[in-house]
Ligand binder design. Structure first.
Ligand SMILES: [Zn+2]
Length: 252
């Protein structure tokens, strides 16, 4: 994330999907026939609200050879799977890492090809970027992504239309760790996430510093065992978004 965008992204997170819609209306009015056009999108799914006993763990901005392997090891050690929202431009540099994510059972999803705020792009450019990322991810990993999260969490009417056309479900988040900042520490990431952590929530973290302060991912990684422990202590299942709207399977 860039410091320029943080206030925008923060507004989205605090107020949820309604803020996202208002923002899209404010900045992309010509693209909208009416606010009613967006009402079907104001779903719990968009806000990342799922089954009450489940927490979705999500990582943005990878895959990154400098950091993602460490997350793979930590998650493997804990027996936890997550959803990784990939950048196409990162995946083409490390396609093997994308395949490793899939092989380890993690869910892969679309974050875009480039990491640019959609408000600065035309609807056509937004659509092309999302389609390019989806196709690259499918080609290089063999897995067809079904979810989309826009850079900085900023959605526009054009992005929503493109996601629908490309059969991608937009998903934001309900809590984050502010783990992209230079001042973040494992403790600050843990405390920031858990302040708003609740069953049914979606956690946003980053497994790459490609849009963050250099080395910021180390704070995320350092917070991960405590976060996993906090969910377990509350009896919450922790996993990828594909399990976020399904009930727990009773042991045989
Ligand atoms: Zn991002």
């Amino acid at each position: 994330m860039s410091s320029l965008i943080h206030p925008v992204a923060k507004a989205l997170t605090v107020s949820g999907a309604l803020a996202a819609t208002s923002l899209a209306v404010a900045h992309a009015a010509p693209a909208l026939s009416a606010l009613n056009a967006l009402r079907p999108w104001l779903t719990p799914e968009l806000c990342g609200h799922g089954t009450p006993d489940h927490v979705a763990l999500t990582f943005d901005d990878g895959p990154d050879p400098a950091s993602t392997p460490a997350f793979l090891r930590e998650l493997d050690k804990a027996g936890v799977q997550a959803t990784f929202f990939l950048l196409g431009r990162m995946l083409v540099r490390a396609p093997g890492l994308g395949r490793e994510l899939v092989a380890a059972g993690h869910e892969i999803a679309v974050h875009g090809y480039e990491h640019r705020c959609l408000l600065a792009r035309t609807p056509g450019a937004v659509r092309d970027d999302i389609a390019r990322a989806r196709d690259v991810i499918a080609d290089l990993t063999g897995e067809r992504p079904t979810r989309y999260r826009p850079p900085y969490g900023v959605l526009t009417a054009g992005a929503l239309a493109a996601a629908r056309e490309l059969e991608l479900t937009p998903v934001l988040w309900s809590t984050w760790g502010r783990d992209w900042t230079a001042g973040a520490s494992p403790d600050s990431v843990y405390r920031t996430v858990t302040r708003r952590l609740a069953g049914g929530g979606t956690v946003l973290l980053h497994d790459s510093d490609c849009t963050s302060a250099p080395g910021a991912w180390r704070s995320t990684l350092g917070a991960l065992p405590r976060l996993i422990g906090a969910c377990q202590a509350r009896g919450l299942r922790l996993g990828p978004l594909r399990e976020h709207w399904t009930e727990a399977v009773a042991p045989a």
